[in-house]
Design a protein around this ligand. Structure first.
Ligand code: ASP
Length: 439
C-alpha cells in the first residue's frame, strides 16, 4: 500500500483542540502513516510561538539571566495539551530535564528543537504511533541543507508499512551528531525529506489556509486557491514574490516527482492545492494560468545606439559593466538598436551614478535612460506562451484598465509573460489581469 506523509504546521497543533482535528484527519485516511509535527504555533494573533519562547529561554540562560517566565509559558502549553488530551503524564519529566540543560548551557539549536521534539512525543502518544527522533537519521550539511545519506537512513527507520510513525520536524544532526535545526519554518523540509525517504505517494502539508492563492490577497481580495500547479510554475510565482513553500522544502520531492498537497487543518474538506510535476490532460487544473505575481522594486537602464545590431560585443560590454559592479540582472529586453536591463533596485543603490558613467564611457550610446522604479508582473502558466490570444488578453486587460505597458518579456521557457508597469499602476494592473484570466 502506498503511504502518505502528512506534515502539520504550528497552528495545526497549537492546542488540544487542534490535536483533535489532526487525529480526525489522520484517522480518515489509513495511508497517512508518516506524520511530521511542528512545535505548537500561535493560538491567536497576539499569542507567542513556542519556538520563539524557546529561543528566548536559551538567550537568557546563555547570559546567565532569569528565564523562568518564558519557560513557564513553554511548560504551561505542553502540560495543557497533555492534560486536555487525557494522556499519561510524562511531559513534565522532559521539561524538568530541559530546564536542567538550560542551566548547564546548551546550544540554541538544541533548545529550539525541543518544541518539535516534545510536540512529537505528545502526538505519538495521542495517535499511538512510533516516535522516530530525527537526530538519529537526518544529517544536515554545514550550510544547513540535507545530506542525501539521510534518505536511506530515515527510510530504514520508517520501514514498516501499515505502522504509524511520528517524526518531529525542523531538526536533525550535524556531521558530529549534535542537534542542528533547519532555517525557520524548516519542518516543511523534514516533511519533504520523509516523503522522499519512503517514496511516498503524496506529501501533504497541512496548514491554516485552503491552498496557495492565484494572486496576492492584499491586492485581489477574493483571490482563489490554485487547484493544481506544477513545480515549475510554483518556482516562477515564488521568484516573483508569491509566498509558497521554500525551494529547500520542494527540492527533495521535486527531484523524484512526488506531488505535494497543501491542505487546511481547519477546513479538511477543502481540496487545497496540488503541486505536481506536470499537468495531466484530465487534471483539475481549471484555469489557463496558474497565477499572477509581481514585485515593485525594480529599476531599468536602457541604451540606444544606431547600428547597435552590427556592433559585435555590445550586449557583452553592457552586462560586463554590471558584472564589474557585482550586479545581477533580471531581464534584458532588446530591439535592433536598443537594449535594456532590469535589475533589483536594492542591487544598484548607491552605485547608479558610477554605473551610468561607466556605461556611457564603455558603450558611447546615443541615448542612455534610467528608470528608477518599475514594477514587474508575471502571468504564469505552463505552455501559455503557445496558446493563441494569451498576449492579446494581457494587453487588452491592461489597455482597458488604462495602464501603460513599459516592458514586455515572454520567456523562452513558455511559462510566463512578464510586463513592466509604473509602480503606481501596479495594483490596478494585477487586478485587471486577474479579472481577465480568473474571475
Ligand atoms: N517551529 C519552527 C519555527 O517556528 C519550525 C517550523 O514550524 O516549521 O520556525
Amino acid at each position: 500500500m502506498s503511504r502518505k506523509v502528512a506534515k502539520f504546521g504550528g497552528s495545526s497543533l497549537a492546542d488540544a483542540g487542534q490535536f483533535q482535528k489532526v487525529k480526525a484527519i489522520v484517522d480518515a485516511d489509513s495511508s497517512r502513516q508518516i506524520l511530521v509535527p511542528s512545535a505548537p504555533g500561535r493560538r491567536s494573533p497576539t499569542d507567542a510561538k513556542l519556538t520563539d519562547l524557546l529561543y528566548l529561554c536559551q538567550n537568557s540562560a546563555a547570559l546567565g539571566a532569569d528565564f523562568s517566565e518564558p519557560f513557564r509559558l513553554v511548560e504551561q502549553r505542553f502540560v495543557e495539551i497533555e492534560q486536555a488530551l487525557g494522556l499519561e503524564p510524562d511531559i513534565a519529566r522532559h521539561l524538568a530535564q530541559l530546564r536542567g540543560e538550560l542551566v548547564k548551557g546548551v546550544s540554541a539549536d538544541y533548545v529550539a528543537s525541543r518544541g518539535e521534539y516534545l510536540n512529537g512525543l505528545l502526538l505519538a502518544a495521542y495517535l499511538d504511533a512510533t516516535f522516530v527522533d530525527p537526530v538519529e537519521c537526518i544529517v544536515l550539511t554545514p550550510n544547513g541543507g540535507v545530506d542525501p545519506s539521510s534518505y536511506a537512513a530515515l527510510g530504514a527507520r520508517l520501514a514498516e508499512a501499515g505502522r504509524r510513525y511520528v517524526i518531529p520536524g525542523f531538526y536533525g544532526a550535524d556531521q558530529k551528531g549534535q542537534v542542528k535545526t533547519f532555517s525557520r519554518g524548516g519542518s516543511d523540509i523534514t516533511g519533504a525529506i520523509a516523503a522522499r525517504a519512503v517514496m511516498a505517494e503524496l506529501y501533504e502539508n497541512w496548514t491554516d489556509v485552503s491552498g496557495l492563492l492565484m494572486s496576492d490577497p492584499r491586492i485581489v481580495a477574493d483571490a482563489r486557491p490554485m487547484l493544481e500547479v506544477t513545480y515549475a510554475e510554483i518556482r516562477e510565482l515564488s521568484y516573483m514574490g508569491a509566498t509558497v513553500l521554500h525551494d529547500e522544502a520542494i527540492a527533495p520531492v521535486r527531484e523524484v516527482g512526488i506531488p505535494i498537497g497543501i491542505r487546511n487543518t481547519n477546513a479538511p474538506d477543502a481540496p487545497g492545492t496540488l503541486i505536481v510535476p506536470v499537468h495531466k490532460p484530465d487534471s483539475r487544473h481549471a484555469h489557463q494560468i496558474a497565477g499572477i505575481a509581481g514585485k515593485k522594486a525594480f529599476s531599468m537602464i536602457s541604451v540606444e545606439k544606431n547600428l547597435m545590431n552590427k556592433e559585435v560585443g555590445f550586449g557583452y560590454r553592457l552586462l560586463g559593466v554590471l558584472e564589474h559592479h557585482g550586479v545581477s540582472f533580471e531581464h534584458c529586453p532588446s530591439s535592433i538598436d536598443s537594449m535594456s536591463v532590469v535589475v533589483e533596485t536594492a542591487q544598484i543603490e548607491g552605485k547608479i551614478d558610477v554605473l551610468l558613467d561607466e556605461i556611457r564611457n564603455t558603450l558611447q550610446p546615443d541615448k542612455l535612460e534610467y528608470t528608477p522604479a518599475i514594477a514587474l508582473i508575471a502571468i504564469v502558466g505552463e505552455g501559455m506562451a503557445h496558446v493563441i490570444g494569451m498576449a492579446a488578453r494581457v494587453f487588452a486587460a491592461l489597455r482597458d484598465a488604462g495602464v501603460n505597458v513599459r516592458l514586455i518579456n515572454q520567456g523562452a521557457s513558455e511559462l510566463n509573460i512578464i510586463v513592466g508597469v509604473a509602480p503606481e499602476d501596479y495594483e490596478v494592473a494585477v487586478r485587471a489581469l486577474y479579472a481577465a484570466f480568473v474571475a
